[in-house]
Ligand binder design. Structure first.
Ligand code: 3H9
Length: 699
């Protein structure tokens, strides 16, 4: 049982004890009901307190139980709350640290609530694609008012207990104690003080009205619609709260229940729940236990003050960690510093950063032209030109000057981290930290583990990533690591689609309708088409059998490198990011098609999406099989945070699971029949073929 029961004088205390956040899984729910039974049978007990052990009152329903029989098994959360409401003795919730989702709903079912300050209070279910399913939509409006409650339910954002306690007329908390330390004793005293009150107050009996009912809910619906494209849950939250204001409590509960169950089975909710767990799982490395000792990162050095180096430096400055930047020339340093200043000043202008914080961050930044000045840094990250010879020179210098135990990281996006490590006498201290551009904005960090990288180095950089608010995913060493290795196949399909009859706009539109932040051609223009060109040139010698469309090369031969030169697949007006179709590019594609003797055909959006996304999926399956990625969910995280893959699809592999791997393989077999495509590529990766044949998923 994951709830403890103790009696203190005349008060029974039920303590949820299900680490890490006292999720209300079956055994915890059972523990609460058992505690209530014991307390009611004990004549010496006059009142009951429910609280949570460790760092939370409760984080809500156990997300890991969703989709399993246990989630539904009695006592379900609604039954637990009914048992509390119907208890013959007053039940007081003693809330501290975190009361979220079902945890808050549990508290709202109690007769009284005593809270500590600093507690995060939320109904975050909407972030999992559902809504509160244990009365949250019906009870919260009754204690803090309809508008405040709807805002919390639709946004899922947490509000501090002391802020909520200040709401005029609020009935959420009967008492806010002075400090978290005082909570236990004060809750006991409060319980004693209400032990004889009858009848006991119930939130369900409070009135729930909005003075401008219909007009307000219409306004709320319009607001929510604009903000929640692709997600059904937010609009449903409005329906449920409206029901609270218009229906009897029991009928409102029935509305909530029905919506909750329907939302639980949507693909959007499955995707969001998958991503919640995937993001947390990404930081765990199978052979690096969580108690692996970590090295201290108190100062960082960055080699290279270009866009990448500057962006990397900003991450650490933002986290309060001093950074020293090294360049070959003073002018390059000056330019780098100016760019960092410009970025921060833009944030200050937008009121996203306070002036004093900006100054504090800049004060943590220093520069040097001399490697010897870096020697004391705990972590040094190289962001210099992407060429092995250049990296060799840098790492040899670092090996000569850095103190023992310093972590030497390369921001390479394509080069072999093992080779880089072997330029030093300490390959165990070398790791890849592949930031995505713009490095101060993008949340993804690929942590590239070399053959020799020490476990404590991995543990240290994963922790440092968290500190700088990145989502880190571990990748093994291969060309392109996880993300770029997959995107190459996606880009190749994009090229074939042009040859066969598509325009860049058609492909981009189809992918953007699917939900990608940007279609492949707009993305190419943003990243710089010359980058892909350089990689392809390398491939033509390395892998002469690999089939490529030549359109992208023709584009680059015209100098159409993308946004940075104002022209790529599209034209760009200075200062704007709008992609304007260009007739010359379309003619170039048509001429090339004609030269190949291809009669263009009309290609459906569905085919475009499937070919591009399944290309990612097949390559991902190879990546998993080779052990480059530790788990399928890591690949989804890479694509969500690094490549603008739509959140409501949960990442490419989650999407493939939703489509069904059998169907994915069938589609690949169809694509392999297309003489203009690459039949060899469409041979399903063995892992994918196996899972599809066994009726399994990537999970
Ligand atoms: C719900 O309540 C439905 C009801 O309305 C209706 C029911 C009928 N369950 O985020 P962290 C784990 S829906 C299980 O890194 P932090 C998490 O997986 C639920 N596990 O820590 C991780 O595990 P691990 C509504 C949970 O300190 C560990 O806790 N509630 C749950 O940065 C640490 O997580 C939510 O949506 C859970 N509910 O933040 C709350 N929550 O160590 C979502 C967390 O194995 N949770 N875990 O990787 C949060 O927002 C944050 O986790 C929280 C802690 C603020 C609680």
């Amino acid at each position: 049982m994951t709830a403890e029961y103790k009696v203190h004088g005349s008060v029974a205390v039920i303590t949820l004890a299900n680490p890490p956040v006292n999720g209300l899984g079956l055994s915890t729910r059972q523990g609460i009901v058992d505690g209530l039974d014991k307390a009611q049978q004990d004549a010496a007990v006059k009142a009951i307190v429910i609280t949570g052990a460790g760092g939370a009152f409760s984080g809500g329903a156990d997300i890991k139980e969703f989709g399993t029989d246990k989630a539904m098994q009695e006592p379900n959360l609604n039954s637990v709350i009914a048992a509390i409401e119907n208890a013959s003795k007053p039940v007081v919730a003693a809330i501290h640290s975190v009361a979220m989702g079902g945890g808050l709903e549990l508290a709202l079912g109690c007769h009284y609530r005593v809270a500590a300050p600093g507690c995060s209070i939320a109904l975050p279910e909407v972030k999992l694609g559902i809504l509160p399913g244990a009365g949250g939509t019906q009870r919260l409006p009754r204690v803090i008012g309809v508008e405040a409650a709807l805002n919390m339910i639709v946004s899922g954002e947490a509000i501090k207990s002391e802020m909520l306690a200040m709401l005029p007329g609020q009935k959420l908390f009967d008492k806010l104690v002075d400090s978290p330390e005082a909570l236990a004793a004060e809750a006991l005293a409060f319980a004693q003080s209400v032990a004889d009150v009858r009848p006991m107050p119930l939130v369900r009996n409070l009135p729930c009205k909005h003075p401008e009912g219909d007009a307000y809910f219409q306004f709320a619906r319009n607001m929510v619609k604009g903000m929640s494209k692709n997600f059904p849950a937010p609009a449903k939250c409005v329906d449920a709260v409206e029901a609270a204001t218009k229906k009897k409590f029991a009928d409102g509960m029935a509305v909530e229940r029905e919506i909750f169950i329907n939302l639980m089975w949507t693909a959007e909710s499955r995707s969001l729940r998958h991503l919640f767990l995937a993001e947390r799982a990404a930081s765990k490395i199978p052979d690096v236990p969580s108690d692996t000792p970590k090295r201290e990162i108190k100062s960082v050095a960055v080699i290279g003050a270009g866009t990448m180096g500057g962006g990397i430096a900003m991450n650490f400055l933002n986290a309060g960690i001093p950074v020293k930047m090294l360049e070959m020339k003073q002018e390059a340093l000056d330019r780098g510093i100016a760019t960092i200043r410009k970025n921060y000043e833009a944030q200050v202008a937008k009121k996203k950063l306070k002036q004093d914080k900006y100054e504090q961050r800049m004060a943590l930044l220093s520069t040097t032209l001399d490697y010897a000045d870096l020697k004391d840094a705990d972590l040094v990250i190289e962001a210099v030109f992407e060429e092995l010879g250049v990296k060799e020179a840098v790492f040899k210098q670092l090996d000569a000057v850095m103190k023992p135990g310093a972590i030497l990281a390369s921001n390479t996006s394509t080069l072999d981290v093992n080779k880089i490590a072997n330029f030093t006498q300490r390959p165990q201290d070398v790791v890849g930290l592949h930031f995505f551009s713009p490095a101060n904005v993008m949340k993804l960090l690929e942590v590239v583990r070399g053959e020799a990288t020490a476990k404590d180095v991995m543990a240290t950089v994963m922790a440092a990533a968290k500190k700088i608010k990145k989502v880190a995913v571990v990748s093994g060493v291969c060309d392109g690591f996880i993300g770029n290795r997959m995107i190459e196949q996606y880009g190749r399909q994009g090229g074939f689609l042009l040859d066969e009859g598509c325009t860049p706009q058609q492909v981009d539109k189809a992918m953007e309708k699917f939900g990608m932040a940007m279609g492949p051609f707009r993305m190419g223009d943003l990243a710089g088409n010359d980058i892909g060109w350089a990689i392809r040139k390398r491939r033509y010698t390395e892998k002469p059998d690999m089939k490529y469309s030549k359109t992208a090369d023709l584009l680059c031969e015209k100098g159409r490198f993308g946004q940075k030169v104002g022209k790529g697949w599209y034209d760009y007006v200075p200062g704007k990011r709008d992609a304007i179709p260009n007739a010359e590019v379309e003619q170039m594609i048509a001429d090339h098609r004609a030269a190949l003797g291809i009669t263009p055909r009309k290609i459906s959006d569905e085919e475009i999406v499937q070919r591009l996304v399944f290309a990612l999926v097949n390559e991902a399956a190879h990546i998993l099989e080779e052990g480059i990625a530790n788990k399928a969910s890591d690949i989804d995280i890479v694509y969500i945070y690094g490549y603008g893959f739509p959140v409501h699809r949960g990442g490419p592999l989650n999407y493939a699971n939703e489509v069904g791997l059998f169907n994915v393989v069938q589609a690949m077999k169809r694509f392999a029949q297309n003489p203009l495509d690459d039949a060899a590529f469409w041979k399903p990766a063995p892992l994918l073929a196996k899972l599809a044949a066994e009726g399994k998923t990537f999970n």
